[in-house]
Design a protein around this ligand. Structure first.
Ligand code: PGA
Length: 256
C-alpha cells in the first residue's frame, strides 16, 4: 500500500512568532506547490507561534499542516505552564509530537505519560507523532530493538487498530539527534521494519501497512532521499535542518 510520506519540521525552542511567520512564508514560496502532491509537510513551531502560523496558513491557504511539539494529557486543570490538547485542537493543530527523547530525558516523561498523551491527542482528532529511540549505550549493548519496541508497545496501550493506522511513529536514535551522525539507511530501515512488524503483531496487517513511520536524527537535504527510499521509512522528523534554507531542498528530495 502506498503511504504518502510526511516530513515534519521540529523547530524545538527556536524562532519567535515574527521570525516564524517570515520563515513559513519563505519556505512555502520556495517549495513549489506540486511538491505537496507527493509529500505532506508539517511545521512544529514553539507554542507561542502557533496562533500566528495558524492564521497565516489558513488565510493564505498554505499546504503546510500545523503541528505542536508536545501537550499535556488533561484538557484543563491546575497544571501550571502546561498546554491543553483541547486548546491545540481548537487552533486546528493536526499533528502533535509526543515522547520526543528530549521530553523523555530532560523533562522525565515516562512511557505511561507518553501513552496518556497519545490517547489525549487522538481523543481530540489530532495525529500523534509518537517518538522512540535508543541511546548509544543501548545500541552498543545490542538493545536497540528491545528499547524501541518496548516504547512502542507502551505508547500504544489502549489505542485501537484504526487509531494506530492513522498515526505516525518517529524512530529517532538518540545518538543521532543534533549530532550530525545519522543511522545508515540500512540500520534505520531495519529498526523501522521491526516497528512495523511489532504493530502487525499487536494489531493486524491493515494497520501495519497504513501506519507511517518516520526516521529522525540529523536528516538533511543530502541524506533525506536515500533514507526515505527505504521500504519502511515514510518520512522524516527534522530538527536542525528544518530551520535552515536547506529544508526546501530536503522536502523536494524527500518527495522524490
Ligand atoms: P535533528 O533533530 O534533525 O536536529 O537531529 C531531530 C529531532 O530532534 O526531532
Amino acid at each position: 500500500m502506498a503511504r504518502k510520506p510526511l516530513i515534519s519540521g521540529n523547530w524545538k525552542m527556536n524562532l519567535n512568532h515574527f521570525e516564524a511567520i517570515q520563515n513559513v512564508q519563505k519556505l512555502h514560496y520556495l517549495i513549489h506547490k506540486e511538491v505537496f502532491d507527493d509529500v505532506d509537510v508539517s511545521i512544529h513551531p514553539p507554542f507561542t507561534d502557533i496562533r500566528s502560523i495558524q492564521t497565516l496558513v489558513e488565510s493564505e491557504e498554505l499546504e503546510f499542516a500545523l503541528g505542536a511539539q508536545h501537550c499535556h494529557s488533561e484538557d484543563t486543570g491546575a497544571f501550571t505552564g502546561e498546554v491543553s490538547p483541547a486548546f491545540l485542537a481548537k487552533l486546528n493543530t493536526e499533528y502533535v509530537i509526543c515522547g520526543h527523547s528530549e521530553r523523555r530525558e530532560i523533562f522525565g516523561e515516562t512511557d505511561e505519560i507518553v501513552n496518556a498523551k497519545v490517547l489525549a491527542i487522538l481523543k481530540h482528532a489530532m495525529t500523534p507523532i509518537l517518538c522512540c529511540g535508543e541511546t548509544l549505550d543501548e545500541r552498543e549493548a545490542g538493545g536497540t530493538e528491545d528499547k524501541v519496541l518496548g516504547q512502542i508497545a507502551a505508547g500504544l496501550a489502549g489505542v485501537s487498530n484504526e487509531q494506530i493506522a492513522s498515526m505516525v511513529i518517529a524512530y529517532e536514535p538518540i545518538w543521532a539527534i543534533g549530532t550530525g551522525k545519522t543511522a545508515t539507511s540500512e540500520d534505520a530501515q531495519t529498526v523501522c521494519a521491526a516497528i512495523r512488524t511489532k504493530i502487525r503483531d499487536m494489531a493486524d496487517d491493515v494497520t501495519a501497512d497504513a501506519v507511517r513511520i518516520q526516521y529522525g536524527g540529523s536528516v538533511k537535504a543530502g541524506n533525506a532521499a536515500e533514507l526515505m527510499s527505504q521500504p519502511d521509512i515514510d518520512g522524516a522528523l527534522v530538527g536542525g535542518a528544518s530551520l535552515k534554507p536547506d529544508f526546501v531542498e530536503l522536502v523536494r528530495n524527500g518527495a522524490g
